[in-house]
Design a protein around this ligand. Sequence first.
Ligand code: PEP
Ligand code: MN
Length: 263
Amino acid sequence: LVSRKKKPDDTIINIKGELIGTGEQHFVMGPCAVESYDQVKQVAKALKDQGLTLMRGGAFKPRTSPYDFQGLGMEGLKILRQVADEENLAVISEILNPNDLEEALDYVDVVQIGARNMQNFELLKAAGAIRKPVLLKRGLSATIEEFMYAAEYILAQGNDQIILCERGIRTYEKATRNTLDISAVPILKKETHLPVMVDVTHSTGRRDLLLPAAKAALAIGADGVMAEVHPDPAVALSDSAQQMNIPQFHEFMNELKKHSVVH
Ligand code: PEP
Ligand code: MN
């Protein structure tokens, strides 16, 4: 079902009026984790200043260590929804547990399935049963074929509103947090009819590489870029090394607008 052979036309995803998959470029920006109303509000205002509408933020955080900040859970989703409604933005947030999905749909516009859950088949099936878009991230060690099969699980349940997101894979290279598999973008665009985005934050894990990675992603045909923005990354409760602060975010967006078809 994900194959372009079965469906030659691009799938277009409508997120609160923003159409993904038409060839235009989109940005999903926001903090790694929701920490407070004020934190999300500051980031939301920066997004608005750039004319962006898609806001990300983690409420259920899949942390490598059980002792790290696990997110505000449903309270975090409520904060995202409140700010998004005030600023007329769409909310994209990760859900870890299929049991939280139904309640989460009251607050999110797009359900994110994270890299660590790309092969959580019960979660994929549950996401297939909803009627909201799903942003599916590539697993840490997943092949492109496995990634496409994960999307197939969602589609097989009747939900074709899927955005694929390349977020780097695990290799022997240590200079970056993960290795951004940039060629996955044109392969996924060719093999599937789904929109493809690139998460430059989690793939590189390096603030200094966000801009070049985003340029590469857009140049190679990605439908969008995801990156993390925090009012004060130094005190962020997660991913403090790679989130942009607000001036850096404006610089990042302005630089991309100079070179590409940003709307
Ligand atoms: C995220 O986007 O918040 C995240 C945890 O990313 P990933 O699942 O790609 O590690
Ligand atoms: Mn993060």
